[in-house]
Design a binder for this molecule. Structure first.
Ligand code: PHE
Ligand code: CO
Length: 296
């Protein structure tokens, strides 16, 4: 997709259709406004869907204590989202009171420009539809469970919330500078698959892990072939990632403040430099790098 210009709704849908061999983009985009926002229509969810949400929630909560970071667990519990698909409006009010973020409902994947604009304005887009029963264990596109359960609790943390807004602004800038591939890797390895070091050991803060049935345990298991290395920004910007398997590298931060401070500087020099450097494969370990989860 040509991401350096504004893409109209129609262009976006055409591009996605092309990408996936003519398959329609999942989700109903017909009622979306210019920012791809829809109404959640909470009353339309079926009892089966609420029941599946509860099963997804319970499966994750059986795995997350001692593995997810405290910031995530504490916020999730305060949201009371165990009983069924949450009403975005209510959660949004709670979130706004905590960090000034709101939740907006979207039909599914949205164009990069629109995504960055929402984040830059402290609005988090959450997909309205829930996966089918066949997709209980594995889903390709983000659904309401991934988006809400995985992402929203972290936005209650003030530092993380500020970081995501800054990321949105950085995305708009990266579109101008030709740095989107690089910036997307940082999102992937932090917001989606990040780990944080705590006095109690490594903990998960990445939404892609937090909402996954298998990767919660996998990413903290010693002796797998996956790397666990400290997050270094330029290195991460230059590292390819896998979208169809567990991650081969997990980048670890020591604090959310470290993440914020490390990403605050101007990325222009990184983008300039990395344009002429070939990216590292997902399982790279550089000579000076120390693995943080020792094999046992
Ligand atoms: N500081 C980055 C820039 O100038 C933007 C950014 C902020 C990127 C936070 C990621 C996270 O481009
Ligand atoms: Co996500």
């Amino acid at each position: 997709m040509n991401t350096t210009t504004t893409v109209s709704n129609a262009d976006f849908l055409a591009t996605v259709a092309e990408k996936s061999d003519g398959a329609a983009l999942r989700g109903d985009y017909s009622k979306a406004d210019a920012h791809y926002v829809v109404s959640q229509d909470w009353a339309a969810y079926t009892e089966e869907e609420h029941a599946m949400w509860r099963r997804l929630y319970q499966r994750q909560m059986a795995l997350l204590p001692g593995r997810a970071c405290d910031e995530f667990i504490d916020a999730l519990q305060a949201m009371n989202a165990a009983d069924g698909i949450p009403e975005f409006e209510k959660a949004s009010q709670q979130l706004f009171a905590a960090t000034g973020w709101t939740i907006v409902a979207v039909p599914g994947l949205i164009p990069e420009l629109t995504f960055f604009e929402h984040l830059a304005n402290r609005r988090f887009p959450v997909t309205v539809w829930l996966r089918t029963p066949e997709e209980f264990n594995y889903i390709v596109e983000p659904d309401v469970f991934h988006d809400f359960f995985g992402h929203v609790p972290m936005l209650f943390n003030p530092v993380f919330a500020d970081f995501i807004q800054l990321y949105g602004k950085g995305g708009l800038k990266a579109m101008q500078l030709g740095g989107l591939d690089q910036l997307a890797r940082l999102y992937w390895y932090t917001v989606e698959f990040g780990l944080i070091n705590t006095p109690q050991g490594l903990r998960i803060y990445g939404a892609g892990i937090l909402s996954s049935g298998g990767e919660v345990e996998y990413c903290l298991t010693p002796g797998t072939s996956s790397r666990h290395i400290h997050l270094e920004i330029e290195r991460c910007l230059n590292t390819l990632y896998k979208i169809d398997s567990y991650q081969e590298t997990y980048f670890v931060i020591d604090s959310f403040q470290e993440l914020f401070d490390g990403t605050a500087p101007d990325f222009t020099p990184y983008y300039d430099k990395l344009k002429s450097v070939s990216p590292l494969s997902a399982n790279t370990l550089l000579p000076h790098e120390v693995e943080l989860l020792p094999a046992q």
